[in-house]
Design a protein around this ligand. Structure first.
Ligand code: PLP
Length: 384
């Protein structure tokens, strides 16, 4: 007898984690598979959590998040994103993935479907499966700054389609949609009666031009926008993010998200939320310094890849290099071979959807010498 629910049985293991598990078991492996900053959390943020915990801020808080943190989020959105929001629109979650999960729960019932970018981050699909819903991958057009193929999108919409997910700056490809592209998508979503989930976990990791927030570009579209402190503030292990609702019905969506938090998490760790207040309200120098470092690594890596004969899209945001080679027909197998023979761990493209099959993702959130080695070993393995 299998006691595991069908939804959980149907949810595949993450292809990134599978490769990472193999890499951890491989002594001396060069780790370029994970999207995790190699910087330490800035000291003033760590200090704030320490002070809060010692002062006794160790109890439950409101499900939607500490009012002081939600106020700090509202101020950050005005400062960094040019977005006017109220506290009713903000719900604090355990990382961006907590905000995504809450958004899916609010919008989807079992049997519903959501449109997600292909390629796109693995969990865009697995969260849907876990809820008994279906994620349908939509194609991106490289020549159009990786914008959606609207004919394909239209063919995917059915009576049970409730939402479309957009991700800019994007993992794994690194594209960043223009305000015009976001506005067009918003208008399209309205035409089809869909809510937008906008994953902006890399909002501060733009590498050339500041990224536009979905609701700024498409204020008339109902949306849940997902943010995270993991990447911008090097806080992956703290598990802190937030969802912001926008467009018509924003307060209702916000109340729905808070209800999900109440039923599933109670609240996010209180000392962590105090760290979040320091991160969002304190000095932003570290964010700018990390952005400069990622930009330099991007520039060097793109040049090096080209010199080695590797084909890579130049990322405008986030911190990944998305490499294509059509001789790769089984990216998961290729990634394991590369780890075994060359000692280099890259994420297999297939982990991000069917469109990733001939591709590999290399994380730029790693030491420059490791990035260089990873590219050389990949080129050697591909014989380019
Ligand atoms: N969204 C995207 C596009 C990501 O790449 C990730 C992590 O890699 C997340 C969300 C979730 O990150 P976290 O839960 O640490 O905020």
């Amino acid at each position: 007898m299998n006691r595991i629910s069908k939804q959980v049985r149907d949810t595949p293991a993450s292809g990134i984690r599978a490769l990472a598990n193999a890499a951890w078991a491989h002594p001396g492996a060069v780790h370029l598979e994970f999207g995790e900053p190699d910087f330490a959390t800035p000291a003033h943020i760590v200090e704030a959590a320490d002070v809060a915990a010692r002062a006794g801020h160790t109890r439950y808080g409101p499900s939607a998040g500490l009012p002081a943190l939600r106020e700090a989020v509202v101020a950050k959105l005005a400062r960094d994103n040019g977005l006017t929001a109220t506290m009713n629109n903000v719900v604090v979650t355990a990382g961006g993935v907590g905000a995504l999960t809450a958004a899916y729960k609010v919008l989807l019932e079992p049997g519903d479907d959501i449109l997600v970018p292909d390629p796109g981050w693995t969990n865009f699909t697995t969260i849907a499966t876990m809820l008994g819903a279906t994620a349908k991958g939509y194609r991106l057009i490289e020549e159009d700054n990786f914008g959606p193929d609207y004919d394909h999108l239209a063919s995917l919409v059915g009576p049970r389609t409730k939402a479309i997910l957009v991700n800019s700056p994007a993992n794994p490809v690194g594209y960043q949609w223009t305000a015009g592209q976001l506005a067009e998508l918003g208008a399209w979503a309205n035409e089809h009666g869909l809510c937008v989930i906008s994953d902006e976990c890399y909002d501060q990791l733009w590498l050339d031009e500041p990224a536009t927030t979905f609701t700024v570009a498409a204020p008339e579209t109902p949306a849940v926008t997902v943010f995270s402190l993991s990447k911008s503030y090097a806080m992956t292990g703290w598990r802190l993010g937030y969802a912001v609702t926008g467009g018509p019905g924003a307060d209702q969506l916000g109340a729905g998200l808070a209800r999900v938090q109440e039923a599933t998490a109670s609240c996010v760790s209180t000392p962590t939320q105090h760290a979040g207040i320091a991160a969002l309200s304190g000095p932003q120098d570290a964010v700018a310094e990390m952005r400069v470092a990622y930009r330099e690594r991007r520039d060097v890596a793109v040049e090096r890849a080209a010199a080695l004969g590797l084909k890579a899209a130049r990322p405008a945001g986030a911190f990944y290099l998305w490499l294509t080679d059509h001789s790769i027909t089984d990216s998961a197998g290729f990634a394991l071979d590369l780890l075994r023979d060359q000692g280099v761990a890259l994420a297999p493209g297939i982990a991000f959807g069917a469109a990733g099959e001939s591709r590999m993702r290399l994380s730029l959130a790693a030491r420059p010498e490791d990035i260089d080695l990873g590219l050389s070993e990949l080129a050697a393995a591909l014989n380019v």
